[in-house]
Design a protein around this ligand. Structure first.
Ligand SMILES: [Zn+2]
Length: 220
């Protein structure tokens, strides 16, 4: 989570200018969106054969366009079908760490990773928002996004805590949005539909913007 350190607070006091290089004091909110999986890692395979990595990317691209229309600076860890870790040897762990490193390099105010679920009973539907369990700011972010999803899509699910390397290592308020269940026939069909991807993105964007509008992201 973003924290204004004593040193940077002191620097601010004596200089009274917003030129502190600390990532904690972003002059404008920056959202890093991470489309889960990619390249050699397809993620889950849906009931219709759709790959999670493709659905995650489509929704992430739509979400980033929506946020940019609201004046938010957005960076994506990938915009095409590839792994994010491209320098060292590939491993799931290295790929996850490359994603959180990307968030830090781009001075993220918030980090949002986008995934899709599967489960064996084929009965569960709809998004679930997970948050970094060590961060109260991440919980608050997840509450806003869950409430926006409830308002726009009708799914009433409280956010769930999770211990996830990519969230924890981003060092800012961080959530993992599981956008639906590829194991469910209806979700699987909806998630590849541009109109549903758009509605879903609007709900997520609305929650993110609501969180940012409260301004407490500056102090974590
Ligand atoms: Zn995934």
């Amino acid at each position: 989570m973003a924290t204004l350190t004593l040193a940077s607070a002191f620097w601010w006091t004596i200089n009274n200018r917003l030129t502190v290089t600390s990532t904690a004091v972003a002059p404008n909110p920056i959202i890093v969106i991470d489309p889960g999986h990619g390249g050699r890692d397809p993620g889950a395979v849906g009931i219709t054969g759709v790959w999670e990595k493709e659905v995650n990317l489509a929704v992430s691209l739509t979400l980033s366009n929506d946020l940019r229309k609201h004046g938010i600076t957005v960076y994506l860890t990938r915009t095409t079908d590839h792994t994010v870790n491209r320098t060292g040897p590939y491993s799931v762990r290295n790929d996850l760490l490359a994603r959180s490193a990307f968030a830090k390099q781009h001075h993220a105010t918030l980090f949002v990773t986008i995934h899709s679920n599967i489960e064996p009973t084929h009965s569960m539907q709809g998004p679930i928002v997970y948050y970094d369990s060590d961060s109260s700011a991440s919980l608050q972010l997840a509450v806003e996004v869950s409430q926006a999803i409830h308002s726009l899509l009708g799914y009433n699910r409280p956010p769930r805590p999770i211990n996830q390397l990519v969230l924890e290592d981003s060092k800012v308020p961080a959530i993992n949005i599981e956008i639906g269940f590829l194991s469910h026939p209806r979700d699987s069909a909806l998630l590849i539909t541009p109109s549903y991807q758009y509605t879903l993105s609007q709900a997520i964007a609305s929650g993110l913007l609501r969180y940012l509008s409260q301004g407490d992201y500056r102090t974590g």
